[in-house]
Design a protein around this ligand. Structure first.
Ligand code: F6R
Length: 615
């Protein structure tokens, strides 16, 4: 995690770096720091807290002039979040400054060695070890910065995206990546460095995304040189034209990114199926699937690997793939999969789902599956991300940048892609009747309208939120396709409002969680008309007879659950299989309003980061 930003050019660097850090705060926000070079010396300002705290401190403590600057917003891995552990870190001589996203795993023996050679450490971080290692190599072997960085990186293992500056050669910044993302924006007489392109989109639309194992010397008024860290071979950098625009990464009148992103869902679901779903012609076309159709059709099973919300989308997909395409599916937490010596065959298809495309565990699961000979397909939101590059083929969700740490639109667009894949395979295999196939296509096409209608539950969700905002616990129940939605509803509530919440399959409740139910326990039940309605009604009765408080998500016009539930939220009717795209909407809104009413930082919940690039 962590966000890094750098600038070298002719403009004042400070405002660019600060604005960039604010855009990257989704990556971590427990401390922040900035380094500026004013032509003579390094000026440093670091603080525990957010970028706004850094700004306040900088305005009192330091000059903010200089056309070269680097900044960092941190999600602590080594050492508590405090001023000293914040980045940038400076070498013992005071000449070198570094910002780092990732973990240097062998920092301890390196640190010991450096201490023996007289180095003094002020922080508990692995990063301070790296900058001093670079300095030691530079001094010992009399090397320029780029070469010293390269030698040092060949001695460390772990993950990193770094930017290093040497005030003895102040016309360059050296950057490198392995396992953590790094984008370089190329302007006229200026360069930008950042964990993603959002900090520099208003300045340039040309960017190079460094590949794993690459480093670059970024020099003023000179073309950038990219080379392999391992063998020093030069690489021809691929300059990409950015698709992102400023509006996409701003709040657009909403109080929070999360709310904006919830409301974007009708549009982004449409963007995700546009050009791929042709309901009238009965066609679904995704080039990644078409090019590899045989692999999917010959699959002995599909293994889905993901984390968090993406894992929940995988669970929904398990039901859909098995129902539509009759292919056995297993859904795995990437973090477990990678460490348990899984049995993977060459006829397995592994689908990796990730919004950011940078989740370390998912990335490791992909590598493992590839080593074992499986075909690996990615469902990713971020174009150019590590996961979309590492997979054999894939389909991008077109959700646009998701800035709120709690995932919303990524979830529904992932389900949209996975549903389309399942339908395409069902068509090829003949496992769905023609009528059902066409019905699902038509229905998927009008899902954005239904999501829009489901968003009209906002006021109702707000009312219910005001009743339950002070709850300590909450149970979410669903069956079948809506069991993963219950898990997702519970995750949304706990991560942004810090209320303990559990998601459960409704029938499983009798095997334990029912003991929790009393008159103080709100139970959110997803009970649409399609699906296992009668069974859910029985579950509601079981809760009712133990005085539980029921908040039910029901299909418009429902009468039976209405009589039993304390609160109902009505959503438009859909088939069972597509219902997660609709039922999830009021649960997102409920969590959002509860978190706002509790005064929580909705977009940046404590202890979390958007992109989990450490295992
Ligand atoms: C929850 C959330 C996380 C992510 C998880 C995986 O709201 O955002 O649980 O879903 O960290 O992230 P990606 O999808 O980027 O791999």
């Amino acid at each position: 995690m962590c966000g890094i930003v750098g600038y070298i050019g002719y403009r004042e660097a400070y405002p660019i770096v600060i604005k960039g850090l604010k855009r990257l705060e989704y990556r971590g926000y427990d401390s922040a720091g900035v380094m500026l070079y004013d032509g003579n010396d390094l000026k440093l300002c670091k603080t525990k807290g957010k970028v706004s705290d850094l700004e306040e401190k900088a305005s009192k403590e330091t000059t903010t002039n200089g056309t070269i600057g680097m900044g960092h917003t941190r999600w602590a891995t080594h050492g508590v979040p405090n001023d000293v552990n914040s980045h940038p870190h400076v070498s013992n001589s005071g000449d070198l400054a570094i910002i780092h996203n990732g973990i240097i795993e062998n920092y301890a023996p390196l640190k010991e060695e450096l201490i023996k050679r007289g180095y003094v450490f002020h922080s508990d971080t692995d990063t301070e070890v790296l900058v001093n290692l670079i300095e030691e190599i530079q001094k010992k072997e009399n090397l320029r910065l780029g070469k010293a960085v390269q030698v040092a990186l060949n001695q460390v293992f772990g993950a990193y995206a770094i930017a290093v500056f040497d005030k003895k050669n102040p016309d360059e910044i050296v950057v490198a990546r392995l396992g953590s993302p790094l984008a370089i924006g190329i302007g006229e007489g200026e360069y930008f460095i950042a964990s993603d392109a959002s900090p520099f989109i208003e300045y340039t639309s040309n960017a190079v995304y460094l590949e794993d194992g690459e480093m670059a010397n970024i020099r003023l008024h000179k073309p950038m040189k990219v080379r392999k860290i391992k063998d020093d071979s030069l690489v021809d950098p691929y300059i990409q034209e950015l698709q992102m625009n400023l509006e996409q990464i701003e709040k657009g009148g909403y109080d929070h990114f999360m709310l904006k992103e919830i409301y974007e869902q009708p549009n982004v679901i449409r963007d995700t199926y546009r050009g791929r779903l042709h309901a009238n012609e009965g066609i679904i076309q995704m080039s990644g699937v078409e090019d590899n159709l045989e692999k999917f059709l010959n699959a002995e099973r599909i293994i889905i690997v993901a984390c968090g919300t993406s894992w929940h989308a995988g669970l929904v997909a398990e039901y859909i793939f098995e129902e539509f395409a009759r292919i056995p599916v297993e859904v795995e937490y990437a973090s477990e999969f990678r460490y348990r010596n899984p049995i993977i065959g060459t006829r397995d298809v592994v689908i990796a789902i990730s919004q950011s495309g940078e989740t370390a565990d998912t990335m490791a699961a992909i590598k493992l599956a590839k080593e074992k000979g499986a075909f690996v397909y990615g469902v990713c939101n971020v174009v150019g991300s590590s996961i979309s590059r590492e997979t054999h083929a894939g389909t991008h969700t077109h959700a646009g940048p998701e800035i709120g740490v709690a995932s919303t639109k990524a979830f529904t667009t992932q389900i949209t892609v996975l549903t389309m894949i399942a339908l395409r395979l069902a068509k090829a295999k003949g496992t769905l009747s023609n009528t059902d196939y066409h019905r699902y296509l038509q229905e998927l096409e009008i899902i954005p309208e239904k999501v829009k209608e489901a968003l009209e539950t906002n006021d109702r969700a707000k009312e219910i939120a005001s009743v339950f905002k002070d709850s300590h616990n909450c149970l979410y129940l669903g069956r079948g396709y809506n069991f993963p939605v219950a898990l997702e509803g519970a995750l949304k509530l706990k991560e942004i409002s810090y209320i303990h919440a559990e998601g459960y399959p409704a029938a499983e409740m009798k095997h334990g969680p029912i003991a929790l139910i009393d008159a103080q326990m709100p139970v959110v039940i997803i009970a649409p008309k399609q699906g296992h309605y009668d069974k859910i009604v029985s579950n509601i009765q079981e809760i009712k007879s133990r005085s539980g408080i029921i908040i039910a998500v029901v299909t418009k016009g429902d009468t039976q659950v209405r009589e039993l539930a304390d609160y109902i939220i009505e959503i438009p009717e859909t088939s069972d299989a597509l219902s997660p795209l609709i039922t999830t909407i009021p649960l997102q809104l409920l969590s959002y309003h509860i978190a706002v009413m509790r005064g929580c930082n909705v977009d940046q919940p404590r202890n979390l980061a958007k992109s989990v690039t450490v295992e």
